[in-house]
Write a protein that binds this ligand. Structure first.
Ligand SMILES: Nc1nc2c(ncn2[C@@H]2O[C@H](COP(=O)(O)OP(=O)(O)OP(=O)(O)O)[C@@H](O)[C@H]2O)c(=O)[nH]1
Ligand SMILES: [Mg+2]
Length: 463
């Protein structure tokens, strides 16, 4: 590719040909196999000038595509004035090199494209660190392959998709320096990670915590903003959110939860990216309740839900109760679609985050989770236990009050988790005339509500 100069690789000038190789086990997007890749390409800021598809039983070793198809690709790239070819499939560094030799264009794969988007979006120190690690591990070997035979490209850092971001100054330097840089970054990230783990554990003690999770573009940030007036960045582009935001969510009746919004998931999320984004994800996925947001107006919604569930399991967030939310019901092409979804998941809650519909039901469902099973009981509290009386008056619904000189008796409807909280705070009282633990064992028999399995976070992540 002797004629390519750095000037032609400018971001704004990036013109991309998309390639999709359909393998027997690859995800089959009905009708339009390029839909998601096109959206990712647009998010990265490139223009799609051509598309090429091939069905194969397995990838061809050296070039992934068949021999004839590679030629076809080279011609298509030339005819359309493409500067870049983006594969929907992941390529090995050797495949990138072989393809670039024939096609004479920069070749990147889906993982690199996603990394590039992350690199552009990263604003916080932690996010930049995480992206740089992933880039050094994934993109660097591929860039070396490319620059090796692009020997005439001189000076400065490479530009264009797949080469941008916080790691760009490092990409042209020696492998040994890269290794050193990597260990330094990882050390720094480990420190952040340990600090965050402690913060998450503390928050889970102090509050009821709820995490929003879902495929990218499902509407998590829009919902977050609705519920908390939180001001998260919501946008019709993929990966609008890269950091985690946490805000207070008023559940009514004096109860609140801490709600967090984080990075969206995507199918085939690059392995290195998942690894390095763990500490960001951790703030959300280890909340006491997860809200899974699905955009059911998306034709690929079923695959997206599957991806989210698989990713959660993979990263160790499989213990928390989950609440399924069907978002964007206002945008459904066919209202029967909602019935189909409800049929499959009778517990799913239909909402429209954009229009603010269904949010009361959602809040109610979360309140039920936060409070635990409700019972009607009589508390006897010494009057000097002002805090306990205060808590009951504000947080439980009081049905009757009966004061004498030293004690107040309150008939209340109260949730198991609230009584737990009172005990954790060291409150002294009786329930139905008995010591609280004894009364609780009967009111909420352990068999009916198994205690959540509590594996310390650092054991799940830092083993
Ligand atoms: N029609 C409709 N559009 C919605 C609804 N909720 C969100 N959107 C739109 O969907 C797009 C994505 O919304 P976000 O809230 O940014 O999605 P997200 O899940 O936070 O996305 P990431 O941060 O990329 O993971 C935006 O253009 C929103 O306006 C809804 O209920 N109905
Ligand atoms: Mg978001």
């Amino acid at each position: 590719m002797s004629q390519v100069t750095r000037e032609e690789l400018k971001v704004a000038a990036e013109r991309a040909v998309l390639v999709h190789v359909r393998l027997p086990d690859s995800y089959d997007e009905e009708g339009d196999p390029f839909r998601e890749l096109r959206a990712l390409t647009a998010t990265a800021g490139a223009e799609v000038v051509g598309e090429l598809i091939q069905k194969r039983r397995k990838p061809r070793g050296r070039t992934y595509l068949g021999k004839g198809k590679v030629e076809e690709l080279a011609q298509l790239a030339k005819a359309t004035g493409a500067t870049l070819v983006i594969f929907d499939n992941d390529l090995s560094p050797a495949q990138v090199r072989s393809l670039e030799e024939v096609v004479e264009r920069k070749i990147i794969d889906r993982s690199e494209l996603i990394l590039d988007i992350f690199a552009n979006r990263a604003t916080t120190h932690a996010a930049k660190l995480q992206v740089e690690i992933a880039q050094l591990e994934y993109t660097f070997p591929r860039l070396r392959a490319m620059w090796d035979h692009l020997g005439q490209v001189v000076g400065g850092a490479p530009v264009g998709i797949g080469t941008r971001g916080p790691g760009e100054q490092q990409l042209e330097i020696d492998r040994r320096i890269v290794q050193r840089r990597l260990s330094q970054l990882k050390r720094e990230l480990n420190e952040i990670q340990a600090r965050r783990t402690r913060a998450v554990e503390q928050r889970n003690l102090d509050h009821f915590t709820v995490g929003l999770v879902g495929y990218t573009n499902a509407g998590k940030s829009t919902l977050f903003n609705r519920l908390t007036e939180g001001g998260a960045f919501a946008h019709g582009k993929l990966f609008a959110t890269l950091g985690t935001r946490i805000e207070r969510w008023e559940l009514g009746g004096g109860n609140a939860a801490m709600l967090s919004d984080t990075v969206g998931f995507i199918r085939d999320l690059p392995h290195h990216l998942v690894a390095s984004f763990r500490s960001t994800l951790e703030e959300t996925i280890f909340a006491q309740l997860l809200i899974l947001v699905v955009d059911i107006s998306d034709p690929a919604a079923a695959m997206q839900l599957e991806t989210v569930e698989a990713t959660l399991d993979e990263i160790g967030a499989s213990d928390q109760p989950r609440l399924l939310v069907f978002n964007k019901v206002d945008q459904l092409a066919d209202s029967n679609d909602l019935l189909v979804w409800l049929n499959r998941h009778p517990d799913g809650l239909p909402i429209s985050a954009a229009r603010g519909e269904g949010l009361e039901e959602l809040t109610e469902a979360v309140r039920t989770h936060a409070l635990g099973p409700i019972r009607e009981v009589t508390f006897a509290v010494p009057l000097r236990e002002g805090e306990t009386v205060d808590y009951l008056e504000k947080r439980a619904s009081v049905l009757e009050r009966d004061y004498d000189a030293t004690t107040v008796k309150l008939r209340v409807r109260i949730g198991q988790r609230q009584v737990d909280q009172l005990l954790t705070r060291g409150g002294r009282f009786t329930i139905d005339g008995r010591p609280p633990r004894e009364a609780m064992a009967e009111l909420w028999p352990p068999a009916a509500t198994p205690p959540p399995r509590r594996v310390p976070l650092h054991e799940r992540f830092h083993s």
